[in-house]
Design a binder for this molecule. Sequence first.
Ligand SMILES: [Zn+2]
Length: 448
Amino acid sequence: MSEPTWPRPARERDAASLIFNLPGYCVVDAVDLPLGGRRVFVRADVQDEGCPDCGVISTRIHAWASQRVKDIPAGGDLLEVVVKKPRWLCTEPACARRTFVQVTDQLPFRARCLTRLRAAVLEAVIASGRAVDEVATTFAVAWWTVQATINAAVMTLPAVDDVRVRLLGIDEHRFRTVRFFRDDHGSWTRVEPWMTTFVNLATGQVIGVVDGRDSAAVATWLAARTPTWRDRVEVVAIDPSAAFRATVSRQLPMARVSVDHFHLIQLANLMVTQVRQRVAREQLGHRGRKNDPAWAHRLLLLRAGDRLSERAMDRLSRVFAHDDPTDELGAAWGVKERLRMLLATTNLDAADHARGLLGVTVVAADMEESWKLWNTINAWWDEIETFIETRVTNAKTEAANTSIKQIKRTGRGYRNHDHYKARILLRSARQTRRRSPLNQQASTLNCG
Ligand SMILES: [Zn+2]
């Protein structure tokens, strides 16, 4: 007795249609094209279709129409699809429309590409961060088709004013050096290498990008939001920039401002470095060299003191013993560590106490560099208190900006900022969805 090893022929789809896998269509024929690539002929599975005007279901086919579209290249070859689809007759006497053609998810009205090709193009640009022209070549479509797909996807993102933002991060980033372009009239235009991003700190999603880094750009963006949107913002995290602070308190008077603690620590590290360089100049008469312990251990000086190993602490002691005859470097290091302790506090009483200790250290150090830092701390005390109470930081804004720079690198020289922004918003939306525990429910990027 022999059993047939092949599956029974009673399949819903024939083999070619199964492999081609375009839901709602069956493969009729396929030919090789003389100049390479293939052409696949498919026919729509005929089902009753409702008239787009009156909604009445029609069962009468008026004629068969043909549509030629591009598909995802298969095996590296161009793939062209010729679709035969019904043109229906609207039988509703009251309806002005006489006929209408079938449209499906994969084949929208007047489409030149199958939806799955557009989805693949979008994925290549947004997820892999590949350059538009490179993706266009890979998928054998026009550059503009890729860009139009990106633009269409941007339209599906929720409007900023519909996104509830309780915690807002604002940060600037420089994405390249200053460049000049000659315009059509032959004069040179300076292209601003800075952008400012707005991030929903609850999710890390970039919700806005503006050119430049001046407070006017920030003000314009904030002023364009609805009053409801602005009322919802409770905390805004910014870098210690007085211009940003003034703008935020004007545009969002109800929101508290939190200064990013990381930037304050950076200022303290800068202070230590300035003191180290000054001490070297004064003591050695030249800049630090690799044989000088203070220079050799310049990064050790900036590391968090409470996290240093015993060996690292020993090295640090040797630096102070050898290279710090005036104790100024040690004093600067102490001020930096006091500030770190202050920023590590979690309630206002502890912060106030730590501020007092920092003040004592600053007075004892009595150096121009540490006085300057102390003044900054006092100028930003309200915002430091907000940070200590809320722990709202710009860490997610920084992460978004790192990701944006990546787009810049792979995107190879965007001149059109709108295109660049479109990619930033889409990529960030995608990353946010992937991070979100609800990402199963979120809709996928859709394009028509
Ligand atoms: Zn109709």
